[in-house]
Write a protein that binds this ligand. Structure first.
Ligand code: AMP
Length: 309
């Protein structure tokens, strides 16, 4: 079975949307990526850190999804990373109210020996130095390295972020962050600038407006499924990244054509994530529901225009 190595935060989140409010619940980029990637036939592991305030029941949830957590360090006496966000009425934009790095502040990641030859490495949102350190520990060049990041790291660790961006094949980033990173308003120009920073493939996520995949002069667009109920977009980007990287790891095909399917899988899984608060929906999600919604994606985008000669 192919191996997927996942790096990212495992966190407590406090979220407020127009539909409600939660106190500290399970969150974190690696958590969402792992739950999403568990829908594929891959062997996955998370590299991250939590404090001893992190409940055993959350660790059990990850292992119940066949996620290897031997690289998830538990710091005795430490506090888990905490993030709090407030969504605006359109649910497409949010304000970060609080970010407490806690145990993440001096985290030294250790890649489990069994994953130093992982086929795909998904560098989820976390300090760029931690992302780089994971790449340094790989003993075999992965077939694909994917990176996700956030404006927080552009604000506080830009040189380190630019260093790790140089080393990856694919970057997934949202539209606002792509504009911040490049200073370009046009997403086509922003993607072109990001290509010159290193990644051959650039995925720009546009929330409820879908996602764009850029590779040299080629562009592909995947819509987001129009949903009746959207409660909480937290983790949608990470769930997308988990679907993207999980699908690529399973299919062993890193061509542009296959990446189109990967962004459809990512969008499909993300469409479930937003239906409930936090990880709640991803925890109950069944294979049959995933397949059924893929049909809806197909129907949404298929058309048969005959082009005039
Ligand atoms: P998304 O909605 O996909 O951007 O991801 C939200 C998740 O990212 C939440 O569960 C947070 O715990 C986590 N998160 C928020 N801020 C950061 C940060 N600066 N670095 C890493 N993870 C973060």
């Amino acid at each position: 079975m192919n191996k997927l190595l996942i790096v990212g935060t495992v966190a407590f989140d406090a979220i407020e949307t127009p539909f409600g409010k939660t106190d500290k619940i399970l969150g974190g980029a690696a958590t969402y990526i792992g739950l999403s990637a568990s829908h594929f036939n891959v062997k996955s592991a998370i590299v991250s850190v939590v404090g001893d305030d992190f409940p055993q029941e959350y660790l059990d949830l990850l292992t119940s999804r066949n996620i290897d957590i031997s690289g998830l360090e538990v710091v005795q006496g430490g506090k888990t990373f905490f993030w709090s966000g407030l969504y605006h009425n359109d649910l497409n934009s949010r304000d970060t109210l609080d970010t407490q790095l806690n145990v993440l502040a001096d985290f030294q990641p250790k890649v489990p020996q069994d994953f130093k030859d992982a086929d795909v490495v998904m560098l989820g949102n976390l300090h760029p130095l931690v992302q780089s350190s994971v790449l340094d520990q790989m003993e075999k060049q992965p077939k694909l390295v994917v990176l996700d990041t956030m404006n927080f790291w552009m604000d506080c660790a830009l040189p380190e972020l630019l260093d790790v961006i140089k080393r990856v094949d694919v970057i997934t980033i949202n539209d606002e962050e792509a504009r911040q990173l490049t200073g370009e308003y046009s997403l086509v120009k922003a993607a072109a600038k990001i290509h010159t920073m290193g990644p051959k493939y650039v995925v720009i996520k546009k929330g409820e407006h879908g996602a764009l995949l850029f590779h040299q002069k080629e562009i592909f667009f995947a819509p987001a499924l129009p949903l009746e109920e959207v409660f909480d977009p937290t983790g949608a980007g990470d769930t997308f990244a988990g679907g993207f990287s999980g699908f690529i790891a399973q299919s062993e095909n890193v061509s542009f054509g296959n990446m189109k399917n990967a962004i459809i899988y990512g969008s499909n899984l993300a469409s479930f994530c937003v239906e409930k608060f936090g990880t709640e929906r991803m925890v109950t999600l069944e294979k049959a529901e995933v397949q059924q919604r893929l049909q809806q994606f197909k129907a949404l985008t298929q058309f048969d225009i005959v082009l005039e000669k």
